[in-house]
Write a new protein. Structure first.
Length: 219
């Protein structure tokens, strides 16, 4: 079974975690695209969705799913999104697609965060996947120097601008032993919009697609 099929499998399993109705949060990425396709089959139960990116918004609108502004919805029952890495405490690295800030906002506004991924995303220690950090453009060089002091090797993601008009630094060579601590440290750097460590607000459930079928991991 290939990785894309495992992603589809995890995405379809997430439908079982949705409430009976209301509004849900929807993330970004290749696994989430499978979820959006599956969600379209049950969209009639729901008032709509809050999206974490322009790409997901566009996909949902094409499938006739109403996309709502978080400012108008209040809190959400469930948020479904993927991850670039997860440890067994369900601390995540996210932001490979560049939507980490909006993803973090929607996750924070949701009672339950259901993460969907293929089995390769589960790791013992976070950091093999380069850690995305969204920065204000004028702070790029300053933040990069500070990230070097924290042991990382930041690389500017050139020719990429986030939906918020900012830049991404992808930080290589990190072994993230204390995700909560490092998330706090990086977020406190002047010019950082947010960092792609989701540890203060981890996932509540991780659904992994595997060759044997969906596997549920809880912290």
């Amino acid at each position: 079974m290939n990785a894309d099929e495992m992603k589809r499998q995890a995405a379809q399993a997430a439908i079982e975690y949705l409430p009976e109705g209301g509004i849900i949060g929807v993330g970004t990425g290749s696994t989430v695209n499978h979820f959006i396709d599956a969600f379209a089959d049950v969209k009639g139960r729901f008032d709509g969705a809050v999206s974490s990116s322009e790409a997901s918004t566009e996909r949902m609108k094409k499938l006739g799913i109403p996309v709502l502004d978080l400012n108008a919805t209040g809190g959400l029952e469930v948020y479904v999104d993927g991850a670039d890495e997860s440890n067994r405490q369900l601390h995540l690295i996210k932001g490979g697609g560049g939507a980490l800030t909006r993803e973090k906002i929607v996750a924070a506004a949701s009672k339950k965060f259901v993460c969907i991924a293929d089995e390769s995303k589960l790791v013992d220690v976070l950091g093999k996947f380069p850690l995305p950090v969204e920065v204000i453009p004028m702070a790029r060089s300053y933040v990069a120097r500070e990230l070097v002091k924290l042991g990382g090797s930041p690389v500017w993601r050139e020719n990429f601008v986030t939906d918020n008009g900012n830049l991404i630094l992808d930080v290589h060579d990190l072994e993230i032993m204390e995700p909560v601590k490092l998330e706090t440290q990086i977020n406190q750097l002047a010019g950082v919009v947010t960092v792609g460590i989701f540890a203060h607000r981890p996932a509540d459930v991780l659904i992994l697609g595997t060759p044997e079928g969906p596997k549920v991991v809880k912290p």
